[in-house]
Ligand binder design. Structure first.
Ligand code: GLU
Length: 358
């Protein structure tokens, strides 16, 4: 039943992980890339728009520069990314042109999507490329991006790109069949549908032990939270199956589907909720939490028990309960100094219109 709505997805973000793009020697696997490109090209032929988010730049560069495992130093990783990215794009360009398709390289840093104008500008560029029938191929701009301005991993980047556009569907193709129960044991089994991302699901999702890959299942579940809250369903499936995308788009049981609610979060709210590295947090009492979550109210200064970090009016802050659990994000109308000095009147500190319950 949940799979039915996927069939009509017109705009799809497909993320390809390092593990599905490179071979055991950490070089780009040409046969693998060819079959993945063929799958994407088939979607384009069927009239669907596709944006690719690709990993594999660091991995491909490692192979080319002769590293056996991920180098420890940032500058070396960045050098690998710079070498690998051009190899990766050259391979994509050649393979897509055999299907009569143009590709475009788009390299992003977190900053590019955090500032509202740049955020809208990136969206316009991507939508224009899609209107022209091009397949945008996105990666993080690893050669210049360092911790503070990083997305973190490409699973998250793919969820943010889906949220930015917005897309109708996000598909993450990886080396396993989906989220597994009893992973690594004889009776391991793929969970076909996840309606609620709860502690049990998070418990099933581990990190990665790969030399080249980054996230593992844990980062995919974090990406799922962003996609689902944005209103976009996500499927995690195996990139080694040559009919994975076709089966997913035909509504078949392939991989793990994270179900999204029927309504999509409005664009500005998606930007507030997911595209910031918040500079501070407001810890609110139970009454205020309830008023925000259940009664759709704004946050008033008396509800704030504690304030952390340094922020100014206009910054996005985390809203946490007294146990430290983040349950919302919003734009503060006053800075941390005024909040701490308790000099604020009864005006809204975070207005309802600038607030998203997570
Ligand atoms: N941007 C990195 C790369 O292309 C991959 C990061 C990730 O896979 O999460 O190598």
């Amino acid at each position: 039943m949940h799979r039915e709505s996927i069939k009509s997805a017109a705009r799809i973000v497909v993320k390809l992980g390092t593990g599905v793009l490179t071979d055991s020697r950490k070089l780009i696997d040409p046969a693998q890339l060819e079959q993945l490109v063929a799958q994407v090209a088939a979607l384009r032929r069927a009239g669907r728009e596709v944006v690719l988010v690709t990993s594999g730049a660091v991995g491909a560069g490692m192979g080319a520069l002769g590293y056996e495992s991920r180098p420890a130093h940032l500058a070396e990783k960045q050098a690998c990314a710079a070498v690998g990215q051009s190899r990766l794009m050259a391979a994509y360009d050649k393979l897509f042109s055999a299907h009569g398709l143009l590709v475009a390289q788009v390299l992003l840093t977190h900053d590019d999507l955090e500032h509202h104008e740049r955020h809208l500008n990136a969206r316009n560029t991507l939508v224009t490329l899609l209107d022209r029938g091009v397949v945008p191929i996105i990666n993080e701009n690893d050669a210049v991006s360092f911790t503070e301005i990083k997305f973190g991993d490409n699973d998250k980047l793919s969820a943010l790109v889906a949220s930015l556009l917005p897309a109708d569907l996000l598909v993450i193709l990886t080396t396993v069949d989906g989220v597994m129960e009893h992973f690594g044991q004889a009776h391991a089994k793929t969970i076909p549908v996840i309606e609620q991302i709860d502690a049990a699901i998070e418990g099933l999702a581990g990190g990665t032990t790969s030399d080249t890959a980054v996230g593992g299942m844990a980062s995919k579940v974090q990406a799922a939270k962003i996609a689902v809250r944005s209103g976009i369903p996500l499927v995690i499936a195996s990139g080694h199956k040559t009919d994975a995308l076709a089966r997913i788009l035909a509504g078949e049981d392939e991989g793990t589907l994270f179900v999204a609610p029927p309504t999509r979060l409005q664009g500005r709210k998606r930007w507030i909720a997911f595209f910031h590295h918040p500079k501070g947090a407001l810890f609110v009492d139970d009454g205020a939490k309830k008023a925000l979550r259940e009664a759709g109210k704004s946050l008033l200064p008396p509800g704030v028990a504690r304030c952390e970090g340094d922020f100014v009016a206009g910054d996005v802050v985390r809203l946490c309960d007294l146990d430290g659990l983040e349950f919302a994000r919003g734009i503060a109308r006053a800075g941390s100094v005024a909040v701490r000095e308790r000099t604020l009147s009864k005006e809204e500190l975070v207005h309802r219109d600038d607030l998203v319950i997570l």
